[in-house]
Design a protein around this ligand. Structure first.
Ligand SMILES: CC(C)(COP(=O)(O)OP(=O)(O)OC[C@H]1O[C@@H](n2cnc3c(N)ncnc32)[C@H](O)[C@@H]1OP(=O)(O)O)[C@@H](O)C(=O)NCCC(=O)NCCS
Length: 186
């Protein structure tokens, strides 16, 4: 299988934000943007893999700025990293107000997808041809992100499985909740 460059599968999806996409406050629903992120990630991943792909996880979905009805939203997707059967697609979301010609970077998300073969099993994807330092930086960042995610997941899982509710109830003090059941020592 020949390596494929980042350029080979780079994809952009531009969509007009119509009133049907808005919430009661007049801003665009986060779910609409998530759906567009998933679509452009699929486009980019399946082009690189030459196969059907499925979404495994989405990282970094922080909506930093609201998107308005009438904005043109462009989602720029490129392969940041490939494993054996998985790919990480980086997606930069830009909202453009065509009347005052301003552009806002609303978020950058990272979608992990897995390529599937005809038997519906994960299938090997081509290696990524890194053509410049930016391509290499994104690949290295994805490795770091994956390492930190695994470390964080292990630490979180350990903390959760060891969490004794009775002994930790004191930590709720100062938080905006009320213990509404009768405790054993009460
Ligand atoms: C994705 C899926 C095929 C992985 O199955 P699996 O039995 O874990 O398969 P494997 O162990 O062979 O892993 C396949 C790849 O997925 C990666 N992977 C699995 N779980 C992952 C996770 N939570 N986050 C990131 N990558 C993950 C593995 O690291 C591996 O990557 P690599 O081949 O590049 O090393 C399976 O979980 C699946 O089908 N999920 C449903 C996906 C779907 O339907 N999405 C649409 C949303 S409804």
């Amino acid at each position: 299988m020949e390596p494929r460059s980042v350029r080979y599968s780079q994809s952009t999806l531009t969509e007009l934000m119509i009133p049907a996409y808005a919430n009661f406050g007049g801003k665009i629903h986060g779910g609409i943007l998530l759906s567009l992120i998933d679509k452009v990630a699929y486009t980019c991943a399946s082009r690189h893999a030459g196969a059907y792909c499925v979404t495994v996880s989405v990282d970094g979905v922080d909506f930093l700025q609201p998107v308005e009805v009438g904005d043109l939203v462009s989602l720029h997707a490129s392969v940041n990293y490939v494993g054996r059967t998985s790919l990480v697609i980086g997606i930069r979301v830009i909202a453009e107000n065509v009347r005052n010609r301003t552009q806002r970077h609303t978020n950058t998300s990272y979608v992990t997808m897995v390529a599937k073969g005809d038997n519906d099993k994960p299938t090997v994807v081509p290696e990524l041809l890194l053509e410049n330092e930016d391509d290499a930086r994104r690949f290295l960042e994805a490795i770091k992100r994956r390492e930190l995610r695994e470390k964080y997941k292990d630490a979180f899982d350990n903390a959760i499985t060891r969490l004794d509710v009775q002994h930790n109830l004191g930590q709720l003090t100062g938080h905006r909740c009320v213990v509404g059941w009768k405790r054993k020592e009460d």
